[in-house]
Design a protein around this ligand. Structure first.
Ligand SMILES: C[S@@+](CC[C@H](N)C(=O)[O-])C[C@H]1O[C@@H](n2cnc3c(N)ncnc32)[C@H](O)[C@@H]1O
Length: 288
C-alpha cells in the first residue's frame, strides 16, 4: 500500500474512533459518570486526591504535574492581567506584581498554586471541599507570612456571602473533577467583580488528550490512576458558551503543552491537549 493510501486509512480510522468516542461521551454524560452529591462533589474522585495527601508537596510524586505546570499558569495569569491593562507591562517582573489583587482560588487543594501567587503580592482566599487537603495546605504554609486564608468550603456556600467580591477567580485543574460543570462556572461568575477575571485551566477533550492521559497514567506514571475521567473533560468552546450565558466574555484561550522526559509545560497556540481560558465579567448585564 502506498504511503498516501495508508495515511488516508489511518486518518479515517482516527476520525471513526473520534465519532465513536463522542457517542460514548454523550451516553456517559447522560448517565452522569461522575457521581454528584448535594454539593457538586464526586466523592470517589475526591478520595483518590485525598489518598495522595502526603504527596501533594512532593514534586516527584503523582502530583508532579501540578508543580510543573505552576510557572506556566502563573505567567499566563500575570500576562493576561497585563493584556487587560490592570497590570502595567513595565511591572511584569516586579516581585510583588500581583499586589492589590484579591484572588479567590477555588478547589485550591494543598495550596500548590495559592502559595506562589501570594508570594507575588496577592491576597488569596483559597477554598476546597476537602478537609484533608486544606489541612495539608495550612501545614505547608506554616508560619510563612503570606496573605492566604484557607477555608474548607463549597463554592456554593462561598458565593452566597461573597458576591462580586474578587478581582480574580481561579479554578485551576478543578473543572474536570466536578460533576456539574455548568453549576461550577455559574458560581465562579457570581464571585467575580464586574470587569474582574476568571481563569480556568484544564485538559481539553480531544483524541490527543485521550492519548496524553493514557500515556501519563499508564506509561509515565505522572498522573494518579482514577483521578481523571477523559469523558468528563470539557472543551474551551463549551466553557466559553456557558460563561457567555453568565455575562462573562472569553478574551483568551491559550494552549498548554506538556513535554514528558523534560517535565516541562509551555504555552503554545495549539489548545488541543490542555488550555488556560481567561474570561472577563461584563459590567452592563445582570448575572442570569
Ligand atoms: C487536581 S486538584 C487541583 C488543586 C489546585 N487547584 C492545584 O492546581 O494545585 C482538584 C481539586 O478540586 C477540588 N474539587 C473537587 N470538586 C470540587 C468542587 N465541586 N468545588 C471546588 N473544588 C472541588 C478537589 O478537592 C481538589 O482539591
Amino acid at each position: 500500500m502506498s504511503i498516501a493510501k495508508s495515511s488516508l486509512v489511518a486518518i479515517s480510522r482516527l476520525s471513526w474512533k473520534l465519532r465513536v468516542s463522542n457517542k460514548i461521551l454523550k451516553k456517559s454524560r447522560m448517565e452522569n459518570n461522575l457521581k454528584k452529591d448535594n454539593n457538586n462533589i464526586d466523592a470517589a474522585n475526591l478520595k483518590v486526591l485525598e489518598d495522595l495527601s502526603g504527596d501533594w508537596w512532593d514534586p516527584n510524586s503523582e502530583v508532579i504535574c501540578l508543580h510543573s505546570i505552576n510557572p506556566v499558569r502563573i505567567s499566563l495569569i500575570r500576562d493576561e492581567l497585563i493584556n487587560t491593562g490592570r497590570i502595567k507591562a513595565a511591572d511584569r517582573n516586579k516581585p510583588d506584581v500581583l499586589k492589590g489583587f484579591h484572588i479567590l482560588d477555588v478547589g485550591c487543594g494543598a495550596g500548590v498554586l495559592a502559595e506562589p501567587l501570594a508570594r507575588m503580592g496577592a491576597k488569596i482566599t483559597a477554598i476546597d471541599p476537602s478537609e484533608v487537603l486544606i489541612k495539608v495546605a495550612k501545614e505547608h504554609l506554616g508560619n510563612e507570612p503570606l496573605d492566604i486564608e484557607y477555608m474548607v468550603q463549597y463554592i456554593e456556600e462561598h458565593s452566597i456571602n461573597n458576591p462580586e467580591k474578587y478581582d480574580v477567580v481561579i479554578a485551576s485543574e478543578v473543572i474536570e473533577h466536578v460533576p456539574d460543570q455548568r453549576a461550577l462556572l455559574d458560581e465562579l461568575s457570581k464571585c467575580v467583580k464586574p470587569n474582574g477575571s476568571i481563569f480556568i485551566t484544564t485538559p481539553n477533550r480531544t483524541l490527543i488528550s485521550w492519548f496524553g492521559m493514557l500515556i501519563a497514567e499508564h506509561i509515565l506514571g505522572i498522573l494518579a490512576k482514577g483521578a481523571h475521567d477523559w469523558y468528563h473533560f470539557i472543551r474551551p468552546s463549551e466553557v466559553e458558551k456557558i460563561l457567555n450565558e453568565k455575562n462573562c466574555k472569553t478574551v483568551a484561550v491559550r494552549g498548554i503543552w506538556y513535554t514528558p522526559f523534560f517535565n516541562i509545560y509551555n504555552i503554545i497556540r495549539y489548545a488541543g491537549m490542555h488550555y488556560g481560558l481567561h474570561a472577563i465579567k461584563q459590567e452592563n448585564k445582570k448575572n442570569k
